[in-house]
Ligand binder design. Structure first.
Ligand SMILES: NC(=O)C1=CN([C@@H]2O[C@H](COP(=O)(O)OP(=O)(O)OC[C@H]3O[C@@H](n4cnc5c(N)ncnc54)[C@H](OP(=O)(O)O)[C@@H]3O)[C@@H](O)[C@H]2O)C=CC1
Ligand SMILES: N[C@@H](CC=O)C(=O)O
Length: 819
């Protein structure tokens, strides 16, 4: 059985120096299992030097011969170090013949002061014609059999000398014939970029021509694989200057690779894949500087699931050209009349959108081509413009065409919706859309100023398959700081779980630190001290208009004023997460309006941290109600502070001592009288009542206050100072219970009445409440459905650590809900 071929192409930088040419030899597999074809470009920079020599000749600067002299010397020097001694004379003669001919051509150019495409092709292909025999000799110097072949005898083209079109059938025959004479074990080193007409006149294959030579040969020889060796490790999922997390794509379909190239990804030219796609020959992009990297394989992707977006790219500095028609427009050949002249003028079009009812067309072209496009189209549509069928042809600059590229995009329901929703959340306005022409691309035109935001958001959502959410925290006190610490600690783990939570803002009552690019959670609290001053209005205004994707604002304040602004944030599409019980203290109507604002803004409003410290009571109650359970009563120990204080007193602690310990442990509200008065419990029960649809007002709750009468209206500092005054009275009260347990129990009755106070809860009666440990809470929900088997919630009731964790869980939930 004949050995299969592999074709490897090495570009200019890979053959830039003799040492790198030796690298080509090292990277070429040993003889044995395959026939080896190596396509080479000119030595790095030689084609440009030849072009410069042409320009000197055209301009008659007198320097073209000097330029040629240095090119020639470079090759002579390479010959001295690369070629086996016995071959140097004959090879030097071959190279001399090339440079002599090039010198004569340049003299002719200088004489005529012009260089025709045909002569230019003859001159610039000299670079490849010189490099191929040198590389072949380097193989032989390493003991590897090698021959060099001039591709002008292999690649048959038309006479477009600058970028010739290849006659694939004729080329296939020529290639197969030529390789019959190449010994199977020899490496065939072939000139890239070069072709010739039927008459044997040299042509070039245009930009990235050597890659094309490699795939033409690969296709003609039914190669097992074509490898393009370059100085990057494959095709990246995005431009790394825009998206630092861009990664090398392991696989790509031919179509996707061509689309990426069309939309500006630099690695491959769109036509490179053409000779391989029908024969399903894979093309691998590998890195000469890191040959161990797997690179990117472009090939058939039949097994790719539906709707994979792998990469995001963009054509920047574009313009939208609009041909505005009227309803009466009847130009059946409008498309031909528009695209024909643009093709003739070689104006690439990156996006087309048509509104058929009005016969209007929108095209995206490079901004630099916009004026030419408008002039061309106005000329071609002059008759329609005169008749009034076409109202105008206008260009609007400052655009970019963003393309999401992948596989089977046509067969993925909802994909386009998610894509445009992602752009919407990134506050990117879409000006024109194109999908359907290719199964590999969804493209849209956006403002060039929005291109980076669009590329970043799409890359993150689809290529990295991550959700990105931004977090701003109002309140940098005990809880706010603890939350930031936790966020910092968990950020990497969340990222690994495909959620990128980025802190973008931190505020207190006088300042706002805001940076959409991200803040470091560990240093943000200190940085806040130096941030610009901002009152609550300014904070809300800046956050509501922040234009960042999936913004979650955490209200970690005890402030009613902040709670009153939740609705403004929600309505602006900003999610709110809060432990702030002042929100519950709002009148019922305001509470309802806040929820309505969340629906209007289509964002979550989450406050699991405000009651039950993350035991999940709010969500569970909501589920019970949604599934038709009638809640009859809710009761329990709802205050972590009071659980702590009363339990500690039973163990012998004095009242003031227990309150201070609770405060220091982070259980109490900033003012512990909120806890001791029972108001905290009333607010929590009100919140639960509202979740089950009851119209309650926390102000109506009947509460036993544990705040000594004399300390109710005094400043906080005085309260702390005088708190021990009530220690004796408390000791007596605990003793009076007679060795039993005392807990502060809150109750919500079916009609909505709330009562709370300290009461004896007897362990011997099997009371759950009597078994609570310090700061532990328990909530019991009685429903009609569960009858004698109420639903219990029990666990740690307070502390900044516990609450910060609940807040983070709600932030994650909010981010996921805003998908
Ligand atoms: N500790 C716990 O276990 C739990 C606490 N909570 C709740 O957490 C919230 C915060 O508690 P904690 O961190 O201890 O309180 P702190 O007093 O330590 O911090 C409060 C923060 O809120 C800021 N703030 C107050 N008013 C405003 C305003 N109008 N605008 C902007 N910022 C404001 C303060 O700013 P400045 O310093 O400038 O005044 C401060 O940064 C409270 O609502 C509490 O009920 C909820 C559940 C459990
Ligand atoms: N101060 C509160 C904190 C949690 O809501 C409590 O003690 O329960």
């Amino acid at each position: 059985m004949p050995l299969p071929f592999t074709v490897a192409k090495f570009g200019g930088t890979s053959v830039g120096t003799p040492e790198r040419v030796r690298g080509v030899v090292r990277l070429t597999p040993e003889a044995g299992s395959e026939r080896r074809v190596v396509v080479v470009s000119a030595f790095g920079g030689v084609t440009d030097d030849l072009l410069a020599a042409i320009q000197h000749a055209v301009d008659r600067t007198g320097e073209h011969r000097d330029r040629l002299g240095s090119i020639r010397k470079r090759h002579t020097d390479a010959l001295a170090v690369l070629t086996p001694e016995g071959e140097r004379g004959p090879l030097a003669e071959r190279l001399d013949a090339i440079w002599t001919q090039v010198g004569e051509l340049l003299d002719g150019v200088s004489l005529l002061r012009e260089c025709t495409p045909r002569v230019r092709a003859a001159i610039i292909t000299a670079g490849e014609r010189a490099s191929a025999p040198l590389v072949a000799s380097a193989f032989r110097a390493a003991g590897v059999e090698a021959v060099d072949l001039d591709a002008s005898g292999l690649v048959r083209t038309d006479a477009r000398f600058d970028e010739a079109t290849v006659d694939m059938e004729a080329t296939r025959e020529l290639v197969r014939e030529a390789f019959e004479n190449v010994p199977p074990e020899a490496v065939a080193v072939v000139t890239g970029f070069v072709g010739s007409t039927e008459d044997g006149v040299r042509t070039t294959l245009g930009r990235s021509g050597s890659d094309y030579t490699a795939t033409i040969l690969g296709g003609a020889l039914d190669a097992r694989e074509v490898v393009i060796w370059t100085d990057v490790s494959g095709v990246l999922s995005a431009d790394p200057r825009i998206v630092p997390e861009a990664f090398t794509l392991p696989r790509l379909s031919y179509g996707a690779a061509a689309e990426l190239a069309h939309f500006g990804a630099k690695v491959l030219h769109p036509r490179t894949m053409r000779p391989l796609a029908n024969a399903r020959i894979p093309l691998r992009i590998a890195n000469t500087l890191a040959p161990e990297d797997a690179g990117t394989t472009v090939g058939p992707m039949d097994d790719a699931g539906p709707g994979r977006i792998d990469a995001v790219t963009a054509v920047r500095s574009a313009a939208l050209v609009r041909v505005t028609g009227t309803a009466s427009l009847e130009v059946p050949d409008l498309a031909a009349r528009v695209f024909g002249p643009l093709a003739e003028s070689e104006i690439p079009v990156f996006l087309v959108a048509q509104a058929s009812a009005e016969g209007s067309l929108c095209l995206a072209v490079r901004e630099a081509d916009a004026a030419r496009t408008v002039a061309t189209l106005r000329q071609r549509l002059a008759r329609e413009i005169e008749r009034g069928d076409v109202l105008g042809v206008e260009a609007e600059g400052g655009a970019a065409v963003v393309a999401a590229v992948g596989a089977h995009l046509e067969g993925a329901p909802g994909l386009a919706g998610r894509l445009f929703a992602t752009l919407g959340r990134a506050h990117v306005n879409v000006r024109a859309i194109a999908q359907g022409a290719s199964a590999h691309t969804i493209s849209c035109a956006v403002a060039d100023a929005d291109a980076v935001a669009a590329i970043t958001a799409l890359h993150e959502a689809f290529a990295l398959r991550r959700i990105r959410a931004h977090v701003a925290v109002i309140g940098a006190g005990t809880l706010g700081r603890r939350l930031l610490r936790l966020l910092g600690e968990r950020q990497d783990a969340l990222l690994a779980g495909d959620l990128n939570l980025r802190l973008v803002g931190l505020a207190n009552s006088s300042r706002l630190l805001l940076d959409p690019a991200g803040l470091e959670p560990s240093t943000a609290p200190d940085a806040l001290a130096g941030a610009p001053e901002a009152d609550l209005d300014a904070v809300v205004e800046r956050l509501a208009g922040a234009r960042v994707e999936r913004l979650v604002v955490v209200d970690a304040t005890p402030s009613g004023a902040v709670a009153a602004r939740h609705a403004d944030l929600l309505r602006a599409g900003v999610a709110v997460v809060t432990p702030n019980k002042a929100a519950t203290a709002m009148p019922l109507e305001a509470w309802r309006q806040t929820h309505a604002a969340a629906r209007e803004g289509e964002v979550p409003y989450l406050y699991e941290a405000a009651v039950g410290a993350g035991l999940g009571v709010v969500a569970r109650l909501r589920d019970l109600v949604r599934t038709g359970a009638r809640v009859l009563a809710i009761e329990g120990v709802l205050s972590g502070t009071l659980s702590y204080v009363l339990t500690r007193m039973r163990a012998g602690a004095r009242f003031s001592e227990a309150v201070r310990e609770a405060h220091e442990a982070g259980y109490t509200e900033p003012d512990p009288r909120e806890d001791l008065s029972g108001r905290d419990v009333a607010l929590k029960l009100s919140l639960l009542a509202r979740e089950v649809g009851l119209d309650v007002n926390p102000e109506d709750a009947q509460l036993e206050s544990l705040v000594p009468d004399a300390l109710r209206g005094v400043p906080l500092a005085t309260f702390w100072e005088r708190l021990p005054e009530s220690d004796d009275a408390w000791a007596e009260r605990i003793a009076a219970v007679g060795g039993g347990e005392v807990q502060y129990v809150g109750r919500l009755a079916e009609g909505g009445a709330i009562r709370a106070g300290a009461e004896a809860v007897r362990a011997e009666a099997g009371s759950l409440l009597a078994a609570l440990r310090p700061s532990e809470i328990a909530i019991v929900v009685h429903t009609e459905r569960t009858g004698d088997h109420p639903i219990f919630f029990q666990g740690p009731g307070a502390s900044a650590d516990v609450t910060a964790a609940v807040l983070l869980a709600d932030i994650v939930r909010a981010a996921e809900l805003m998908r």
